[in-house]
Design a protein around this ligand. Structure first.
Ligand code: AOS
Ligand code: ZN
Ligand code: ZN
Ligand code: ZN
Length: 430
């Protein structure tokens, strides 16, 4: 039986007080869209069918390498993280799956963990392996690399860990393995750039062979950090080469904060899709690098343009288009629940705006080389305030019209501050 964490009655009560104003705004937007030949109901249905996974680690306060500042009532284990993720989903109704990270979320009984998640209205999304840190008691260190290490025993340990993640994921009902490695160098000459990539291909192919038929291996690239001179899987080029070498179940995962400054990420999306290699997304926002700021907080226009390409991709490939969408953020200065609610809303808003693009007009303008009309077609969609559509879809699914206000009214964090073990100080997870 599903038992959601917050009082549904309280959510309904708060919604009732805002229902008239929302109906008014929704009707007005409906008339505006009708004049543009768009049925608001179709957009609302699209929004209702869209979801994004949230990361288990996103439920805790993140931090930088300098410090982590925990908040009272922060979750300390996967059970408490699931409860917080269930709060996000109960209010937003857009985040029904959690992406776990191992060994951070290790438990002794995964069938029980799956049931626990189900009872909270949640499922599991892509499983993330971790060979970028050493764990207590681990026989070999990843100090000189993991899947690309010179030492065959280190590589084998990293391969075995990924295979174990697949096995855990099977028990949790996941179907994707996301592999991000920090392997690389800090000094010119430290490693042979070709041989380290060859070692990656060799290790990754052994993981690939352990994938069930209906699974995908999502290769996540990142330009730099923790390696600052060269990173083995640094860009979408290295990622797609590896994915092509490995086979059809290997795809590329795009984290929005993992590129060189000013790179045209939406074009990368188009390229990966063209060659059948777009596998997933880590949503966040960034000003300088892998900042892991809240989605849409810095560059909401880029988020819209990414979704514009995703919708083009979906239309060009109906039936076979299911990238794994996930939030990957570090909530250093906010309550993580509030950040995930706000980020999910930004992501759904970007999706809704991309649905509003008049594709026939856009394609015609492109054919006629009518640059201004092509741009204006995108601009008109981007300028539209889709808030009433999102709020309606949320309320209809049982969520809150004003999700952050409802969260604050619930007193959840204060209650958890009384119940949960205090998190210690220290450096954060980046
Ligand atoms: C690291 O920079 C990547 O974004 C990964 O997705 C990583 O596994 C995740 O951020 C958890 O640390
Ligand atoms: Zn990521
Ligand atoms: Zn990252
Ligand atoms: Zn990031």
């Amino acid at each position: 039986m599903t038992e959601l964490p917050l009082s549904q009655d309280q959510i309904e009560e708060l919604n009732a007080a805002q229902a008239d104003a929302l109906d008014d705004d929704y009707a007005s937007l409906g008339r505006q869209l009708a004049r543009r030949g768009i049925a608001i109901k179709a957009i609302r249905d699209g929004v209702a069918g869209f979801s994004v996974a949230i990361p288990s680690w996103g439920a805790g306060r993140g931090g930088t390498r300098f410090a982590k500042f925990p908040i009272a009532g922060e979750p300390t284990n996967i059970h408490e993280k699931l409860a917080d993720c269930a709060v996000v989903n109960q209010l937003s109704r857009a985040t029904p799956r959690v992406s776990p990270h191992f060994p951070w979320d290790k438990v002794s009984d995964y069938a029980a963990l799956r049931e626990e998640a189900e009872s909270l209205g949640l499922g599991f999304d892509a499983v993330n392996s971790n060979t970028f840190q050493d764990q207590p008691g681990q026989p070999h260190s990843y100090a000189a690399g993991s899947l690309t290490a010179n030492d065959v025993a280190v590589r084998q340990q990293a391969i075995d860990h990924n295979i174990e993640c697949i096995e855990i994921g099977r028990q949790l009902g996941a179907r994707d393995l996301t592999v991000w490695i920090g392997d690389g160098t800090n000094f010119p000459g430290q490693q042979d750039l070709t041989r380290s990539f060859d070692r990656y291909l060799d290790s990754a192919s052994q993981i690939y062979r352990a994938l069930p038929d209906d699974w995908r291996m999502l290769i996540e690239h990142k330009l730099f950090e923790p390696a600052f001179y060269s990173t083995v899987i640094s860009d979408w080029g290295s990622s797609i080469l590896a994915a092509q070498e490995l086979g059809p179940k290997a795809k590329c995962l795009v984290d929005l904060g993992h590129h060189a400054p000013n790179v045209n990420i939406e074009q990368i999306v188009a390229r990966l899709h063209r060659f059948g290699k777009l596998g997933g997304f880590h949503f966040n926002d960034s000003k300088y690098g892998d900042d892991d700021l809240d989605s849409g907080s810095i560059n909401p226009h880029q988020l819209f343009l990414v979704f514009n390409e995703l919708i083009e991709a979906e239309r060009n490939n109906p039936g076979d288009f299911a990238p794994a969408y996930m939030i990957d953020q570090s909530h250093n200065v906010t309550d993580p629940i509030e950040s995930m609610i706000a980020s999910a809303e930004s992501i759904v808003a970007a999706y809704a705006k991309a649905l509003l693009v008049d594709r026939a007009a856009l394609h015609l303008a492109q054919e006629r080389n009518d640059t201004m009309m092509a741009f204006q077609t995108l601009r008109q969609a981007y300028r539209t305030d889709v808030t009433p559509i999102l709020a309606k879809a949320r309320a209809e699914a049982g969520g809150a019209i004003d999700a952050i206000a409802a969260y604050r009214a619930s007193g959840w964090r204060d209650r958890k501050a009384q119940e949960r073990t205090k998190v210690g100080l220290g450096a954060g997870i980046v």
